[in-house]
Ligand binder design. Structure first.
Ligand code: URA
Length: 210
């Protein structure tokens, strides 16, 4: 981890990401690869989950064995593209509670405005992973994390597929306590706010709406 950012540079992740970036990759394959990469990202993001012990009997002997401790983690998707990461994370953490945050950009102020928010109960006791594939300007990520903090969340991690340096800087400034896990840090944002070289509009590519 460097400055709160972990890049999951596993060769399988990097290979799958290259296929996702290719503009000729069809929707179904894009979606499947996103699910697979999000499993690797979730593996990294959950590395510090608290463990307790429980008593079990193996076929041979009794033992005290490690088991996840505390409330189920919360997984918060920033609509709509965040939903593309949900299935892969839930493959690894099937008992996680899931919340959704919907934000749109006010065309005058250019600031994110909330239109939907449904979060799990007891956020103050849950390790919370906020997911959005593209950390671009960072405006919606910062606003979503503001919301989960308002609901009491204290231990939060942001998980994305690609990050722009501009978005990382914005997040580190606004929420220095929130580590970021990503598959790659790209070069920059273009004038339209797209990550370069990036992969285009992640929502359009995963839902086939381009
Ligand atoms: N959102 C996207 O889907 N793609 C980008 O490049 C930036 C933001």
């Amino acid at each position: 981890m460097d400055n709160g950012v972990t890049v999951v540079d596993h060769p399988l992740v990097q290979h799958k990401l290259t296929i996702m970036r290719d503009k000729n990759t069809p929707t179904a394959q894009f979606r499947q690869l996103l699910r697979e990469i999000s499993q690797f990202l979730a593996y990294e993001a959950t590395r510090d989950l608290a463990l307790g012990t429980c008593d079990i009997e193996t076929p041979l002997v009794s033992m005290q064995a490690p088991i996840l401790d505390g409330k189920k983690p919360a997984l918060i998707s920033i609509l709509r593209a965040g939903n593309g990461l949900l299935d892969g994370v839930l493959d690894l953490v099937p008992a996680a509670r899931v919340g959704f945050v919907g934000l749109y950009r006010d065309e005058e102020t250019l600031q994110p405005v909330q239109y939907y928010c449904k979060l799990p109960q007891n956020m103050d006791q849950r390790f919370t992973i906020v997911v959005d594939p593209m950390l671009a300007t960072g405006n919606s990520s910062v606003a979503a994390i503001d919301l989960v903090k308002d609901q009491g969340a204290k231990e939060i991690l942001f998980l994305c597929l690609l990050a722009a340096p501009e978005g990382i800087e914005r997040m580190r400034t606004a929420h220095p306590d929130v580590p970021i896990v990503t598959a790659a840090i790209d070069e920059k944002l273009n004038e339209l706010g797209y990550i370069m070289p990036g992969l285009g509009d992640a929502g359009d590519r995963m839902f086939g709406t381009a």
